[in-house]
Design a protein around this ligand. Structure first.
Ligand SMILES: [Zn+2]
Ligand SMILES: [Zn+2]
Length: 285
């Protein structure tokens, strides 16, 4: 199982010299194996470049999982070349939080107004599915389970397992306990946190929303994002091997993120690194 980061930023793309190191594109991750179709986690602006890669491969089966439809996770889909090309078969899966299904919700963006192309005009065959957090389901050879996160409007985290390897994608989310309570307060997990730890138990790699510093989190608690110390506590309790800090703040420069990486560089159980655009992690190696 390999994991490639195509977009690591939250909220809005931030290209420019101070963000070139970690990258300015918004959320998009590819889970892949040489013998399996790619599984795409969110379609932020990073998915545009991934489209170029997939066009050059022989496979025509692609699976997309959306955590939610906030624009930083959605905006790239209209610029993802395979959706325009006949012969591609793409499944689009999103959480079933709303009475409208994923096709209707996506269709509000790809509608001829916010984007020139409408879903019926796309060349690829698209199949849509809505999943309830807690459901287990399969996409190609990938075994997947969902988990309800703590985010305005709802978001669904996913755990992906295959051949004894596992990655979990936990964004966008606030801590599941209030400051001073549960793992936020250095205490035993709340029941919701225990459920999250059970969901993540023994995962090789957890990619976690750590957009804020703890100070920022206290100012923006209702915005639905977390901070590194909280992600570390969750992963410790869940016996996770490696934690990836993800969904970087728009204001976080390369220098700021380098300092964050240095702070956690020597941490064991879990090991910790920062998501960086263009990097591939091979969980077999
Ligand atoms: Zn986001
Ligand atoms: Zn969001």
């Amino acid at each position: 199982m390999k994991c490639t980061f195509w977009g690591v930023r939250g909220s809005i793309p931030v290209p420019g010299p101070t963000t070139a190191g970690y990258g300015g594109n918004t959320s998009c991750i590819e889970i892949h194996d040489d013998d399996a179709p790619s599984l795409i986690l969110d379609c932020g602006t990073g998915v545009r470049k991934l489209g170029g890669k997939l066009m050059g491969l022989p496979g025509r089966e692609i699976h997309i999982l959306f955590t939610h439809f906030h624009m930083d996770h959605l905006f790239g889909i209209g610029f993802f070349t395979p959706v325009f090309v006949p012969g591609f078969h793409i499944t689009v899966t999103a959480p079933a939080f709303h009475p409208d299904g994923p096709r209707d919700r996506l269709g509000r963006f790809l509608n001829g107004v916010f984007h020139p192309v409408r879903i019926p005009d796309l060349g690829a065959r698209l199949d849509f599915d809505a999943v309830r957090p807690g459901d287990s389901f399969q996409r190609g050879p990938w075994n997947i389970r969902g988990f309800t996160l703590n985010h305005p409007g709802g978001a669904c985290g996913y755990r992906i397992d295959r051949n004894g390897r596992s990655t979990a994608y936990v964004t966008d989310t606030s801590p599941l306990s209030r400051p001073g309570e549960g793992l936020s307060g250095g205490k035993p997990p709340t029941s919701r946190e225990q459920a999250l730890c059970d969901f993540l138990r023994g995962t090789d790699l957890v990619i976690f929303d750590t957009m804020y510093t703890y100070e920022q989190y206290k100012r923006f608690m209702t915005y639905g994002h977390s901070y590194p110390e909280y992600a570390v506590e969750v992963c410790k309790h869940a016996g996770v091997k490696t934690l990836c800090l993800f969904h970087h703040d728009t204001e976080a420069s390369d220098a700021t993120l380098d300092a964050l990486a240095a702070k956690w560089a020597d941490h064991e159980s879990p090991r910790i690194f920062l998501a960086r655009e263009g990097v591939t992690v091979d969980l077999e190696g």
